[in-house]
Write a protein that binds this ligand. Structure first.
Ligand code: SF4
Ligand code: SF4
Length: 273
């Protein structure tokens, strides 16, 4: 098989998994948590992964440090279901119940995808590893910028050509910013196409065209300004104020917030397209 047809096979497998795994059912809705995925590939040797040591921190590992035979990083975007986005768009101070449930159960679905894709590749004789499922994956607290980790799914997605960063620290993709993302590293060589952008914030209207700023107005605690996203203020509100309140009323472990990801021009598409 050519690298191109192998890439199509990986895409098809991820699409099949998203459509069929039991974890992708929203407990409150007659439908899935996530819509069909976007899938991209980055070469494991892409110099970006070395540059991330500077951008994110020296603790961030390259693909080869996770998997010595690494050839490709497979990255995917899981767009949040339209009805969940619709409900969160109406909110002003706290997330909708559908959004909070997505936040609690969506990552279990994403973990299943990571594990299933690794198993699918391994069954075909390839090495595969999902950093986020690896025992050595860890969060890292950085004094100036807040919580980080030794493998960033969003930076992997950027490297794989799936989207660019935004004023509020999200990743704007062709399916917008309301999503979760995941990745697997493999020794399988897959086609890493040139990224369809040059700069790290090309798809954010504020940075590309000096307009918009809708996410600033959506944040109830002023955690987004022209200077960017104040992770500390965001986390204090999300985990310190909202979560204890909503854990009980919504019956969820993690409530999230996501107000700045909905009701904005980049919610479900690339606003610079
Ligand atoms: S709402 Fe506007 S300014 Fe904020 S991230 Fe989206 S495009 Fe950028
Ligand atoms: S997620 Fe954080 S930055 Fe976004 S609206 Fe909520 S508190 Fe503000």
């Amino acid at each position: 098989m050519t690298a191109s047809s192998l890439g199509n096979a990986v895409r098809a497998e991820l699409e099949r998994l998203v459509a069929t795994v039991a974890e992708n059912r929203h407990p409150d809705l007659d439908g899935p948590i996530f819509q069909a995925p976007l899938v991209g590939f980055a070469a494991a040797g892409d110099p970006l992964f070395t540059a991330y040591r500077e951008v994110i921190g020296p603790f961030h590992r390259t693909p080869g440090e996770w998997l010595p035979a690494a050839a490709t990083v497979i990255s995917w975007i899981l767009p949040i279901a339209a009805s969940t986005r619709d409900s969160n768009r109406l909110q002003r101070e706290e997330p909708s119940r559908a959004w909070a449930i997505t936040r609690t159960f969506g990552e279990a679905c994403n973990n299943r995808l990571r594990a299933e894709l690794c198993a699918w590749l391994q069954a075909r004789g390839h090495a595969a590893l999902a950093p986020v499922l690896h025992p050595q994956w860890s969060g890292v607290e950085v004094a100036e910028s807040g919580l980080s980790s030794n493998w960033s799914e969003r930076h992997a997605a950027y490297a794989a050509g799936l989207g660019t960063f935004s004023l509020n620290d999200g990743l704007i993709t062709a399916a917008g910013m309301a999503h979760r993302c995941g990745s697997v590293i493999t020794d399988l060589v897959l086609p890493a196409e040139p990224r369809p952008y040059a700069g790290v914030r090309d798809w954010c209207l504020f940075h590309a065209r000096a307009t918009c700023g809708a996410c600033m107005r959506r944040c109830p605690v002023g955690a987004i300004t022209a200077a960017g996203h104040d992770k500390h203020r965001c986390r204090d509100y999300t985990y310190g104020t909202l979560q204890p309140r909503l854990q009980e009323s919504y019956g969820v472990a993690i409530a999230g917030c996501g107000l700045c990801q909905t009701g904005v021009p980049c919610e479900a598409g690339n606003p610079c397209k």
